[in-house]
Design a protein around this ligand. Structure first.
Ligand code: SF4
Length: 346
């Protein structure tokens, strides 16, 4: 299988007609300058030089803003810059992210013409009250319409959703995940809300009108949602915002994060917590008080089974008084594990 490489190109706020209360796109993309055709080419060249693998699949991804809300000429300029790399097979596909209300047939025809393969929609929630509360400027109905059209035109559909939006409950987020599943995305990103400097949400936070989730709460909420997507074999490609110089520990001076469930290994926290639950369930099935177990799992899962800073091993000892030994076994499928009771009480 070819190794996949992404060349990220950040298109800041550019063209986004909105000002969602939680967003300061300039901060999130770490860049404020308008991207040009030359910038796109320079970025591609830079990355291609640094990809060592000969047998690779390369995708150029326009992240950051609402790509299809940019004026048509600019979209074409940026997409045009990638075409020579597609023709000489140095780049294999293009991905864009955009808003649900910035999709129509003409836009999709244009993206097709320029070899865009994947379209990720920033959905955030499907609940109209929550969408209007954070001034998204689109509705749940827009999400449905855009998703259906994207799939009808043969693109890979991606969804991005948030947890911890103002007034959003755990149940609202589960409902959003269920609604999205019905729309059959192939990939999903889940972002817990962080309060970013210079946003309306930061003002609400300062006035005491918004309380962000703690890391623990965000992990709990994400866990259930990830599980829903996993059950439907929808790939969750990201959980938590990517760490950058600005999206970093709120206690650092350079951080743009004012508050919220920031953690440098957020995804690992979520996945480890899911493993912890599965192991506890397995232990509870045993008809005896377990003292020591061996968990056999694929190498790919071992770190998450152990947990961030060995959290799972420590918790199993503290809460259930169980010692755990982990053994790598690549005959076991990733995502599965086998448990052997080594010692139990009479
Ligand atoms: S639509 Fe996207 S880019 Fe525009 S303000 Fe909202 S979150 Fe930011």
């Amino acid at each position: 299988m070819k190794k996949e490489y992404i060349i990220p190109i950040f298109v800041p706020h550019l063209g986004c007609p909105n000002n969602c209360t939680f967003c300061n796109q300039k901060k999130i993309s770490g860049q404020t300058k308008m991207v040009t055709k030359q910038d796109v080419k320079d970025t591609i060249e830079y990355y291609l030089k640094n990809f060592k693998d000969d047998h690779k699949y390369v995708e150029v991804a326009f992240f950051g803003g609402s790509f299809t809300a940019i004026e048509k000429e600019k979209q074409e300029e940026l997409l045009e810059a990638v075409q020579e790399y597609i023709e000489n097979k140095k780049v294999h596909s293009i991905r864009v992210s955009t808003r649900p209300d910035c999709i129509d047939k003409d836009i999709l025809k244009r993206l097709k013409k320029y070899h865009v393969k994947t379209i990720e929609l920033g959905v955030q929630s499907t609940n109209n009250y929550i969408l209007s509360r954070c001034k998204r400027g689109h509705t749940g109905e827009d999400v449905k319409k855009a998703s259906k059209l994207i799939r009808r035109y043969g693109f890979v559909l991606g969804h991005q959703m948030m947890v911890g939006l103002p007034e959003s409950t755990k149940q609202d987020e589960i409902n959003t995940a269920k609604e999205l599943i019905k729309l059959k995305p192939e990939i999903v990103r889940i972002y817990p809300v962080l309060v970013i400097k210079d946003t309306e949400l930061a003002e609400e936070y300062q006035r005491g009108e918004y309380t962000p989730l703690t890391v623990g709460q965000a992990v709990e909420r994400c866990k259930e949602i990830v599980d829903l997507f996993n059950r439907k074999k929808i790939t969750v490609i990201r959980i938590g915002l990517q760490n950058t110089e600005e999206i970093t520990d709120p206690s650092l001076k350079e951080s743009s994060v004012v508050a919220g469930p920031y953690h440098p290994a957020f995804r690992q926290l979520v996945e480890s917590s899911m493993w912890y639950d599965s192991i506890v369930n397995e232990i509870k099935k045993v008809n005896a008080k377990v003292k020591k177990v061996k968990i056999k799992a694929n190498d790919k899962n071992v770190n998450n089974i152990i947990g961030h800073k060995k959290e799972n091993i420590t918790k199993l000892k503290e809460v259930y008084d169980v010692d755990v030994i982990i053994e790598k076994d690549d005959n076991i499928k990733p995502g599965k594990f086998e448990m052997e009771i080594l010692e139990s009480y009479e």
